[in-house]
Structures are given as C-alpha cells and as structure tokens.
Design a protein around this ligand. Structure first.
Ligand code: NDP
Length: 403
C-alpha cells in the first residue's frame, strides 16, 4: 500500500510549531553544505542543534563553530580525539560512531536534514522519525532499503517526510494529495547523466573521473556515478513509490538533458503540471527548510529564452540496464530493493576504486539479485541482515571480477 505525504492537519501543525531547531545528518556533503548555506542567510530563524560527518573533521569543526552547534559527531570513531581537539575552547560537545549519530538524531530538533549518503543514514534517520521529527529526506538509499517499514514508522510516530530529491520535491509541490484518483501518471525527469548520448560500445571504457563529472548538477561522488548509470533514476522510482499515493505502473521516467523541468504530474483531464527551475539543489532544500512557507534563495532565476529549447528522450534499457533492473525490483518489492541498494553501493565504490568497470556496476547488482531470494521485511534487524548479506554477495562477485 502506498502511504501519502502529510495531510493538511499535519501541515498546519508543523507550521504552528515552526521549524527553528535543525540538525543536519551529513553536514559536510554537498546537500549538507547547501543546507548550511541557506541557514547562513537566515541565521536568526534557525538554531543548529547537531551536525555530523563521516571523516571530514576539519570541515565539521569549522561548521559547528560557525553555526554554534550543540553537538558535532564524527562517524569514524578513530577521529574523535581529533574532533575534540578541533573544538577545544568551545562549549560544543563531540561524539563519534553509530551511538554518536543516534545522539545527534535524538536531540530535540524539529527539522532534521537526512543527507548522509547510503544506507549508513538509515539508523539515525529512523531515530529522528521515532521522535516524530520533520525529516527533509535527501538520502534516498534509506527509503529504498527500508521502504514500507520506514514509512510505517513515519505514520506510527507522527513524523513528517519532506522530499528533498529535486524530482520528488517537484512532485510534492504539484501533486494533488487530496485527490490521488485524479492523477493519471507521475513522470520523473532525468538528466541522463554524462553518457545518455554516448555510443554503447564506448561505455565500458568510462573512467571514474568521467562518471563523476555531471553536466548539470554538482553532487557527491556516489550519486554522480548513480546518475551516470541511471541507477539514480531507478532508486528514485522506488523512492516515489513509497512517497506518493499512486500505483507502480503510474510512475514513468523521461530523459530531459537540460534539467529544467524537475518532474511532472499528468491528471485525468489531460492537464500536465510541472515544476521548473535552474538546476540548483538549494531550491528544493529551501522548500523543505521553509516549509510550509517559501523562502528566498540566491539561486539563478530561470530564463527560458536564454535556454531556448527543452528536449525529451525516451530512456533505452539497453543503454541503461539499471532502469530495467529497478523496474523489476519495484514489482518484486519486499527485500528486493534492499538487495538492489546494498549491491549498488558496493559496486559503485568498487568502480570508484578502480576494481571494476563502469558496465560491471549493473551486472553486479543484477547477479546479486539473482543469488538471493526475496521476502517481506518485518523489522529493522531484518533490513540490516538483508543489507549485510547482499553486500557480502556483491563483494564476492567483485573479487571474482578483479582477480
Ligand atoms: P556527499 O558524498 O557529498 O556527502 C555525504 C555526507 O554523508 C557527508 O557529510 C559524509 O561525511 C557523510 N557520510 C558518508 N559516509 C558516511 C557514513 N558511513 N556514516 C556517516 N556519515 C557518512 O553526498 P551528497 O550530499 O551528494 O548526497 C547525500 C545524499 O543526498 C545521498 O543519499 C544522495 O543520493 C542524496 N541526494 C543528493 C543530491 C545532490 O545534489 N548532492 C541530490 C538529491 C539527493 P564526510 O564529508 O566526512 O565524508
């Protein structure tokens, strides 16, 4: 069953509470830095409770001092002393490891940006969900790997999810949540990444440096590779399934290389609503940060005459096997998306480390899926067990390739 986003009553409640205290899980990444950029322009409106990073102590400490955070957390426990040293002379608390991330998520911030990359963000995001926080969700992997279970937790705990992914944020802005039966289909637009028009015969030679060089968006390495394989769009298809009250077969994908239309909703009367803007993540982040109000951003204003033409291409499964794989995974449901996400994470980092080729990423994911059976996920432990098992299988397959 699909679970819709917050209804009007919850929206009003969130407005009344006003989103003052914020925590950013993954503050040193691309989304985290963009979020802090917006906060720095509205410092009187937000109090930063906690900031977290994986290994980037210098930037984390700098951010924590600049925004006078209550707590700074470094996920790599070996770096705790370094963080404490960097925060010496301040009253900012330092913590580390999974317990530290949980501590950050527990602090009473009404608004939590979930922008850790990968399934590593799942536990702290769930912690914030369980205390009923408003979650600005950038981390699509945690929704893909824990899907229905995570949305049940949202519902049971009165939490609110605000999609930050530009496509889902666009849909959030234009979908008639009160009348989902009037929706004919949702179309996710995709830039197509750097290789949508590269000859298939050349794809196997793609290097990590070429894959992370996205033509429109400036993003972290993992999502950039996902965009290049179009696995990102597949993950987003699954994300959309969990977020929006439509059937799986009402979700469509179209390549739109200019990244101006961020997604579209077609209604039964033939109307198509779209959300447009220049490709700058500060627009969707600001929508979640200011929600339910809009806030000013420094983003370049859209000038369609400057752009001239917008183009659209039907994606080709042969060019982008990840799309076919994710559509099948979406149909299977249960633990299949968890396996997909875990094996993709392992394969992407193996590619970035030069252990496998670009085309091996989708092959590893597909093979991992065929080696494991699927079941309905019942608990967080179940999710984590499936995730770990899939990672082991993917690692074995990679060892087979690189030997
Ligand atoms: P980045 O790689 O730029 O940043 C990731 C953040 O997570 C950093 O703060 C990093 O810390 C931290 N981190 C990494 N690994 C761990 C770990 N194991 N435990 C705890 N923290 C960790 O990623 P992005 O900002 O690009 O993306 C973040 C999420 O948002 C992803 O899920 C992505 O799919 C999604 N997203 C991103 C968009 C974008 O434009 N960038 C657009 C839409 C969605 P450190 O800096 O120390 O490594």
């Amino acid at each position: 069953m699909n679970i819709s986003l917050p209804d009007i009553d919850r929206l009003k409640l969130a407005k009344k509470e006003s989103t003052k205290n914020v925590t950013i899980l993954g503050s040193t990444g691309s989304i985290g830095c963009n979020t802090l950029d917006l906060i720095s322009r509205n410092k009187d409106k937000y109090t930063v409770k906690a900031l977290t990073a994986n290994r980037n102590v210098d930037l984390l400490a700098k951010q924590a001092i600049e925004f006078d955070a209550e707590l700074a957390v470094i996920a790599d426990e070996g770096l705790l002393n370094e963080l404490k040293e960097a925060l010496m002379g301040t009253d900012i608390n330092a913590a580390a490891g999974p317990k530290g991330l949980d501590e950050a998520a527990e602090l009473p911030a009404e608004w939590v940006m979930s922008s850790i990359v990968g399934a590593a963000g799942l536990k702290p995001t769930l912690t914030a969900i369980r205390r009923g926080a408003t979650i600005a969700l950038a981390n699509k992997e945690c929704l893909v790997c824990a899907g229905g279970f995570m949305m049940d937790q949202v519902k049971d705990n009165g939490a609110v999810i605000l999609p930050v992914d530009s496509e889902h944020n666009a849909i959030f802005q234009i979908l008639d949540f009160d009348n989902p039966e009037t929706v004919d289909k949702i179309t996710l637009t995709a830039s197509g990444g750097p290789f949508w028009n590269t000859d298939i015969s050349k794809l196997k030679e793609i290097t990590p440096a070429q894959a992370v060089d996205h033509p429109n968006w400036s993003m972290g390495a993992k999502i950039s590779v996902d965009s290049a394989t179009m696995m990102n769009k597949g993950l987003e298809l699954i994300e959309a399934h969990y977020l929006f009250p439509v059937d799986k077969n009402q979700l469509d994908i179209i390549i739109h290389p200019q990244s101006i239309i961020h997604s579209m909703v077609s209604y039964v009367d033939g109307s198509v609503l779209a959300q447009l803007g220049t490709p700058d993540m500060r627009t969707p982040i600001s929508y979640a940060l200011g929600w339910p109000d809009r806030m000013k951003t420094p983003c370049k204003k859209l000038d369609l005459t400057e752009i001239g033409n917008l183009s659209f291409i039907k994606p080709d499964d042969e060019h982008f096997p990840s799309l076919k794989i994710t559509r099948e995974v979406l149909q299977n449901g249960g633990s299949a998306p968890t396996i997909l996400n875990a094996s993709n994470e392992v394969a992407v980092y193996a590619f970035l480390e030069g252990k496998i080729g670009f085309l091996d990423i989708a092959k590893i994911v597909e093979k991992t899926l065929t080696k494991l059976s699927f079941h309905k996920l019942t608990s967080l432990d179940d999710v984590l067990e499936v995730d770990e098992h899939a990672r082991c299988v993917a690692h074995e397959l990679i060892t087979g390739i690189s030997e």
